[in-house]
Design a binder for this molecule. Structure first.
Ligand code: HEC
Length: 136
């Protein structure tokens, strides 16, 4: 190999390495983005109420699970469907609507204003929106 073509050969080898490094960085970034997306998805869908030690989760188990199901995925009682609190209509409700629903009830759901304190009702609204629906 002449010295000139050797220099050329080395140059092309270096270029090749640079390109590989660039492709590597792009792939890593893409992988990172995909993982991030999958994680946000599963956080929303997989908050485990029965295993959670939070105060809200225990309030849920005591007051709401009997109708909305252990994991808030909804339930059928005597042929009537009790809605999920994670998906569907519940996920379209505003903070205020969820608050009203828990405080005042809406037949056949009872009002909880004599069972829960104002603070507990607020906590449950946050629980439904943040833990179950993955909002803010
Ligand atoms: C006796 C059964 C029962 C209990 C106990 C109960 N719910 Fe409900 N809940 C219902 C029914 C039935 C509906 C649907 C009402 C309707 O059709 O408008 C509902 C609707 C809701 C909605 C609105 C969802 C939607 O799709 O419109 C929210 C939010 C909610 N309940 C939260 C709770 C929380 C939080 C608790 C516990 C503090 C609770 N519920 C306890 C029966 C119950």
């Amino acid at each position: 190999m002449s010295p000139k073509s050797k220099v050329q050969w080395l140059k092309s080898k270096i270029e090749n390495r640079k390109l590989k490094a660039k492709v590597g960085v792009v792939c890593l970034f893409a992988a990172f983005l995909i993982t991030a997306c999958v994680q946000t998805q599963s956080k929303r869908n997989e908050f485990n109420i029965s295993e959670s030690k939070s105060y809200e989760a225990s309030l849920y188990r005591q007051n709401c699970a009997i109708c909305h199901g252990q994991e808030a995925n909804g339930k059928e009682i005597d042929g009537k469907l009790i809605p999920s609190l994670r998906y569907g209509e519940a996920a379209t409700k505003s903070e205020e609507e969820i608050y009203q629903q828990i405080k005042e009830g809406k037949l056949p759901m009872p009002s909880f204003k004599n069972q829960l304190t104002e603070e507990e009702i607020r906590k449950m609204v946050r629980f439904v929106r943040r833990d179950l629906q993955g909002k803010e």
